[in-house]
Design a protein around this ligand. Structure first.
Ligand code: PBG
Length: 324
């Protein structure tokens, strides 16, 4: 028999054939849409995140409802907190009348089917700008975890569907699960930031919330970006402690980490395309140097291809619109 030439291009020969053999496609349902919220009536633009806003409660509800109508059925909310409400122990983080509980209630009232995810960490409320309590320059673990439990309970009480600890303290997933269960919130889920790396890609986010550390960096709790196997250790612990979903953050430069967690865990894997990733695409597109839509779709498809079941992205609503 004569050896026929291999012609892999036959599977790429037309849009129809490519549609048949495509392995990964994005859907609006894949996304959690991160939204910023602030006090007052103004929806304010964010310099370092063009196209994103710090929403008023009214603006937040409108934006989330529009996203929901496009098929993005989940949001995660982050507060910009006034400096006057910040202190060493982040007491405002578990105030039942605080901005986040009010935002949860407003969202659930307007759109009961919307999945509301909240960030559990102290940095927006902490005068030191760290995710935990700072004592003598150290981020103290166990005292922080106790406050995180109060914060998660406050969010659960207000109606959050999923609480999402982004702080990277040891043992917090188990502590949150126990606190939620003991208070009767067995159905509130935990989406753990399992492999959250100490990353310079978070810069624009910290600018948006005014939450950058006043001193030092986050390297004693967020992971060293030179490490892979450590993500497996964190995933095993989070799974044992009761996480429902585990997250990799950032996403684009950490596709190997997403792949690794997909192999070692049976939990759904989330990945966060963070503010710096957003800004790099957005600023290059605004300068006319990149095709925004094409690069956004490519970057998000790559994150899903690596194994992400859930993607947090500031582009979520745009993408849902494009997919319509
Ligand atoms: C804080 C938190 C951060 C982000 C989400 N939650 C910043 C940080 O850890 O310093 C970053 C999100 C982004 O950059 O888009 N716990």
């Amino acid at each position: 028999m004569i050896q026929r030439p291999h012609r892999p291009r036959r599977n790429r020969k037309s849009a129809g054939v490519r549609n048949l053999v495509r392995e990964v496609s994005l859907s609006a349902h894949d996304f959690i849409y991160p939204l910023f919220v602030q006090e007052g009536d103004a929806d304010e633009s964010i310099d370092a995140m063009p196209g994103c806003k710090r929403w008023s409660l009214v603006g937040l509800v409108k934006e989330a409802s529009e996203a929901f109508a496009l098929g993005v059925t989940s949001v995660v909310i982050f507060p910009a907190v006034d400096e006057s409400l910040k202190n060493k122990t982040a007491d405002e983080s578990w105030n039942d009348n605080g901005l986040i509980p009010r935002a949860i209630k407003a969202l659930k009232q307007a759109c009961p089917e919307l999945v509301v995810v909240t960030d559990v960490a102290l940095d927006p409320y902490n005068i030191d700008g760290h995710d935990g309590v700072v004592r003598d320059g150290e981020i103290v673990n166990d005292e922080t975890v106790e406050i995180l439990c109060k914060q998660a309970l406050c969010h659960a009480k207000a109606g959050a569907d999923i609480v999402s600890p982004s702080d990277m303290m040891d043992g917090r997933v188990g502590a949150l699960r126990e606190a939620l269960d003991d208070a009767g919130y067995q159905n509130v889920s935990i989406l753990s930031y399992t492999a959250k790396y100490a990353s310079a890609y978070y810069g624009p986010f910290r600018g948006a919330l005014g939450s950058a550390p006043k001193a030092g960096d986050k390297k004693s709790y967020q992971m060293d970006y030179a490490n892979v196997r450590e993500c497996v250790r964190e995933a095993i612990l989070d799974e044992e402690e009761g996480a429902d979903m585990i997250m990799v953050k950032p996403a684009g430069a950490y596709l190997d980490i997403i792949m690794r967690l997909k192999e070692v865990s049976t939990l759904p894997i989330a990945a966060y395309q963070v503010s710096g990733e957003y800004l790099m695409i957005k600023s290059a597109a605004e300068a006319g140097w990149l095709d925004e839509k094409a690069v956004v779709l490519e970057s998000l498809t790559a994150i899903k291809r690596a194994g992400a079941d859930v993607i947090l992205s500031y582009f979520a609503k745009d993408v849902a619109g494009w997919l319509k």
